[in-house]
Design a protein around this ligand. Structure first.
Ligand code: FES
Length: 155
């Protein structure tokens, strides 16, 4: 059976109305983040940057910006909701999130668009690592395999 090309209503909603996205350089310049993460390759345009605020070991704010595609925008919008809803997710729990968890909350993504959800997922982990580094909690830092084949470009 051919792979479906359709996006769910939830994907479309998060693409057309992305949650927690930075819209201006001024917003970014004035934002006081506790952790910042950036992943992707500027060469192909798939870059994701994420800013988080932490309180009592929970993510209370999650902001982001990307050059990625519609699926990356929808996935990261959903991820930013998942980690900040219910007074914020604990950092340990946030590190347990898998790209599949984001896609499940979106309903689904076409198979060849699954990698787009990895961008936000990796940016979040990088931002959490940055927070751990800044707060001298290096022991809690996570090590991920380098990302490969995001749109065919090695990072
Ligand atoms: S991030 Fe979606 S096609 Fe590369």
């Amino acid at each position: 059976m051919a792979e479906p090309w359709f996006y769910t209503e939830t994907v479309k909603d998060h693409f057309f109305n992305p949650r927690n996205i930075f819209k201006t350089e001024k917003e970014i310049a004035e934002y006081k983040a506790d952790g910042v993460g950036e992943v992707g390759s500027p060469a192909c345009g798939d870059v994701m940057k994420m800013w988080i605020k932490i309180k009592d070991d929970r993510i209370v704010e999650c902001k982001w910006q990307t050059f990625g595609c519609a699926s990356a925008i929808a996935s990261t919008s959903m991820l930013s909701v998942i980690v900040t809803e219910h007074n914020g997710m604990s950092l340990d729990k946030a590190l347990d999130i898998k790209p599949q968890d984001i896609v499940s909350r979106l309903g689904e993504l076409p198979l060849r668009k699954f990698h787009c959800s990895v961008l936000g997922h990796r940016a979040l982990r990088a931002a959490i690592n940055d927070y751990f580094k800044k707060t001298k909690q290096e022991k809690r830092m996570v090590k991920d395999e380098p990302m490969q084949n995001i749109c065919g470009v090695k990072q």
